[in-house]
Design a binder for this molecule. Structure first.
Ligand code: OAD
Length: 247
């Protein structure tokens, strides 16, 4: 085993609290595309302003709904890879030592056993209403008859269901961010896996961990925007490195 990998494995074994922050690269080896990889990333082919923002959804709900339906099908068909499984297995063997904080909207960490993984950017398999229910004090909106390929709408007021992910211009769920910050503050070791570090506030968690005294390591085949926040970098993929570190 490579010496830096062996040293990091020792850190994993000895740290009382570990945070693993994951991004799209975590699920790449499960066949789910990343966002910013030059050729295969979703944002190389699709416009996030049209497909990942509330104005984009309002302008063309059908188009956005269909795009998410396709991504949902991809998530349902995907399986956790060796990296997800290594983290899930470690959490089972060492209760209370590992917190997974993810930017991913798939459910692969949960299916691998990290059932309490903190989701910063929501859940693509869930929906919620676009507007608060307009009938204050009354029952919540009810989906009316759904037209295939279109977002279900409320039979009474026309409110639309939308995918349960955080879009550009929206705040992260406050409780998830608070939980992530608390976990980071208590950690001795933080691994940042498969994220470009381009999206805040998630990207800021690495610097926060370092300020709080944690040893910060980036696991990624490429350089990231937050490399300067880390003490070291291992260039490799999630499914190859994590089983060695956590196995
Ligand atoms: P990006 O697409 O920005 O970055 C993916 C990172 O994964 C890159 O740094 C790649 O080098 C790395 N990578 C690729 N394959 C890998 C592998 N097999 N193992 C490890 N790393 C690999 O994705 P995120 O950083 O997650 O927002 O993007 C952050 C947010 O931007 C996403 O959560 C999404 C997007 O808009 C929402 O969905 C709200």
């Amino acid at each position: 085993m490579d010496a830096s990998l062996a040293r990091l494995r020792e850190r994993v074994q000895s740290a009382r609290r570990i945070v693993v922050l994951t991004g799209a690269g975590m699920s790449a080896e499960s066949g789910i595309p990343t966002f910013r990889d030059a050729l295969s990333g979703l944002w190389a082919r699709f416009d996030p302003a049209q497909l990942a923002s509330e104005p984009g959804f309002r302008a063309d709900p059908k188009r956005v709904w269909s795009w998410y339906a396709e991504r949902r099908a991809g998530v349902r068909a995907a399986q956790p890879n060796a990296g997800h499984l290594a983290l899930g297995d470690f959490a089972r063997r060492h209760p209370g030592r590992l917190t997974v904080v993810t930017q991913n909207v798939d459910d692969l960490h949960q299916r691998a056993g990290n059932t309490d993984a903190i989701r910063l950017h929501g859940d693509i398999l869930q929906d919620h209403w676009l507007e608060p229910c307009p009938r204050r004090g009354g029952p919540a909106c009810e989906p009316g008859r759904a037209t295939p390929g279109e977002p279900p709408s409320c039979g009474d007021c026309g409110n639309l269901l939308r995918p349960g992910v955080v879009w550009f211009g929206e705040d992260l769920p406050a409780s998830a961010l608070q939980q992530a910050e608390s976990a980071v503050a208590a950690a001795q070791l933080m691994l940042v896996v498969g994220t470009s570090g381009a999206v805040w506030p998630a990207a800021g968690l690495a610097g926060l961990a370092r300020q709080g005294g944690a040893w910060v390591v980036i696991l990624n085949p490429d350089a990231t925007e937050i490399d300067d926040d880390a003490h070291e970098w291992l260039r490799g993929t999630a499914a190859t490195l994590l089983p060695v570190l956590f196995g």
